[in-house]
Design a protein around this ligand. Structure first.
Ligand code: PLP
Length: 392
């Protein structure tokens, strides 16, 4: 499968990945000939139900959970919202304190903050310069009234991986439930829920070469969520609405394939992101590689350039056919440094210059070499322009 259109180079796999043609082929009948509603009792409905059940088993086998513990959603955002708000409201009688981090995806952070209007207290843990949560910080933050700790397995802007098993042990010792957003980590890390020690985990298909608009939330047996959608009794009465059958079928296939090929894909991505980091850091003075140097997702080559406006850099690269990101796709367009970059506490002159490059399974060494050259060239050019305004 190619990730390119013409000579374009796509280095924005953390924003989304192209649909795997094999996944598309598995989805195809459910987009066309197999049009039954899984809630219908006739044969067409039963076939659709069977397809959804198969996908549920596929997701459960990768997560190491029971199929009944998987709720299909419209994506990572809905899974995060349902986990955070659903759990908080359901446990409100026991306590109204929630802990998350300053670098969570907005689907978690804004969901948590929305609870303040309902009398909840939300603590956002700080991170160090590499984006790590320090477990002792969590230890002194959790309290008897803490019902939920939500910490992403890996960050979507800098790729830093958190020590979820340790953090989960601390949260559980205090009697809190643990949610992790594994949307970026899936396909690159082990997402077995027992090894992670989590009660809730979010996934999204489109980061795994699956379709957009479908995801899943793992909910450990015995954990109750207050419903967010009202209507039918789908998903064991936990998420109303007719199932996105083709999307769910695509998610199941994409998750299975990602897990089966995880070692090979991540080895490839690790070597390419390392090559890009090496080329850019060798060619550019005053650049920092953001995120944890050891515990970072293999796909990630995240940079912060001093005295460079990352938006200008992104536009120049795009004109050359190279797609990268200045941070989370959902916040690009805003000229403010993202909340993640702010939380890292980088020196002022690096804050506007954050660039996220993320390679994928189809990225080639030639592509990262060309992208590295281009990044180095444009950074030099932008700095020269900034140093001599009016010249260009
Ligand atoms: C860490 C993380 N969580 C949640 C989401 C939202 O997922 P979706 O796009 O499926 O709504 C994203 C998407 O960028 C993400 O990176």
């Amino acid at each position: 499968m190619t990730q390119r259109t013409g000579s374009r180079i796509y280095l924005d796999h953390a924003a989304t990945t192209p649909l795997d043609p094999t996944v598309f082929e598995v989805m195809r009948p459910y987009l066309w000939s197999e049009a039954g509603n899984p809630s219908s009792v006739h044969a067409a409905g039963r076939r659709a139900r069977e397809a959804v059940d198969t996908a549920r088993e596929q997701v459960a086998s990768v997560l190491g959970c029971k199929p009944g513990e998987v709720i299909f959603t419209s994506g990572g955002t809905e899974a995060d919202n349902l986990a955070v708000i659903g759990l908080a409201l359901s446990e409100a009688g026991r306590g109204r304190h929630i802990v998350t981090t300053a670098i969570e995806h907005h689907a978690v952070l804004f969901a948590a903050r929305s609870l303040r209007a309902h009398g909840f207290e939300v603590t956002e843990l700080a991170v160090d310069q590499a984006g790590r949560v320090d477990p002792p910080d969590l230890e002194i933050t959790v309290r008897p009234d803490t019902t939920l700790v939500s910490i992403g397995l890996a960050n979507n802007e800098i790729g830093t991986i958190q020590d979820i098993p340790t953090l989960a042990r601390i949260a559980h010792a205090a009697g809190a439930r643990v949610h992790t957003d594994a949307v970026q980590a899936a396909g690159q890390l082990d997402i077995n829920v027992d090894r992670l020690g989590v009660d809730l985990l979010s996934l999204s298909a489109h980061k795994l070469y699956g379709p957009k608009g479908v995801g899943a939330l793992y909910v450990r047996e015995g954990v109750n969520l207050e419903r967010r959608a009202f209507g039918g009794a789908q998903e064991r009465d936990r998420r109303a609405g007719t199932e996105n059958v083709p999307g769910i079928v695509g998610l199941g296939e994409a998750v299975m394939r990602a897990e089966a090929e995880r070692e090979r894909r991540t080895a490839h991505m690790r070597s390419l992101s390392a090559a890009l980091v090496e080329r850019v850091t060798a060619g550019c003075p005053m650049v920092r590689v953001t995120g944890d140097p050891e515990r970072r997702l293999p796909a990630f080559a995240p940079f912060a350039f001093a005295d460079v406006d990352a938006e200008s850099l992104l536009i120049r690269l795009d004109l050359e056919g190279i797609a990268v990101s200045t941070g989370a796709a959902c916040t690009s367009g805003s000229l403010e440094p993202s909340h993640v970059i702010e939380a890292l506490g980088l020196p002022e002159r690096y804050r506007q210059g954050s660039l996220r490059c993320t390679v994928g399974r189809g990225t080639t060494l030639d592509e990262v070499s060309r992208a590295g050259e281009a990044i180095v060239g444009h950074v030099r050019m932008l700095r020269a322009i900034a140093a001599a305004p009016g010249v260009v």
